[in-house]
Design a protein around this ligand. Structure first.
Ligand code: SAH
Length: 193
């Protein structure tokens, strides 16, 4: 399948992650949801890699496990945590190559359970500490959803302050009516000698 020139933010995140991930990497999905991103990550890192996944809803963990089973991903590869992503360092104590965020609510579940600016920012800080030089953080925000606008603004303003240690990119379609989803991606700079 040929990729469109301007793919959706979620697809663009995958394309960039594919460029940095290699077999055996350790990575984090900070918002498991239905497990699509976690499956993608598991396929990138292979049987020797590891995907840590976080969500505050049991239903998301269950859906993500089913996703793995359907695609024959062995359970040594993934490790789910029923915990808020701002606590990720309590569960992951070694460096990771990438951390993915897909903010907002779980499609098809209770829309009242959604990510929110304060914990999201704390999670971004934690992710920034865990990622190795050359590694990637991707954040898909939904400014068109109620509550998502303030969160997207907070993420953008946080990202714009990280320029010293990170390459920071903002990818979004120009909105016509409703604000479009957007992707913010940060690659940690390699340390120059
Ligand atoms: N909006 C996206 C899907 C996002 S799913 C889309 O349409 O594709 C976002 C997931 O984040 C949900 O499953 C939700 O339960 C989870 N979540 C909410 N707050 C969280 C937190 N503090 N830590 C980890 N996950 C959280």
């Amino acid at each position: 399948m040929t990729m469109s020139l301007f793919p959706k933010p979620t697809e663009m995140a995958h394309a960039w992650l594919k460029k940095v991930l290699v077999l055996g990497d350790q990575v984090i999905d900070a918002t498991l949801g239905n497990g699509y991103d976690a499956l993608f990550l598991a396929q990138c890192v292979g049987p020797e890699g590891r995907v840590h996944g976080f969500d505050v809803q049991e239903a998301a963990l269950v859906a993500s496990t089913q996703q793995m089973l359907r695609h024959g991903i062995v359970d040594e590869v993934y490790d789910w945590h029923l915990a808020s992503h701002d606590k990720m360092e309590d569960y992951v104590d070694s460096p990771v190559k990438a951390v993915m965020f897909n903010l907002g609510y779980l499609p098809g579940a209770d829309h009242a359970v959604m990510t929110s600016a304060v914990t999201t920012l704390a999670a971004l800080e934690a992710a920034a500490r865990l990622i190795v030089p050359g590694g990637l953080m991707t954040i898909v925000c939904y400014p068109g959803h109620a509550g998502g606008d303030r969160e997207a603004e907070a993420v953008q303003s946080w990202a714009s302050q990280q320029g010293q240690e990170w390459h920071v990119v903002h990818y979004a379609k120009r909105a016509t009516k409703q604000a479009a989803p957007e992707l913010i991606a940060l690659q940690k700079k390699e340390v120059s000698r």
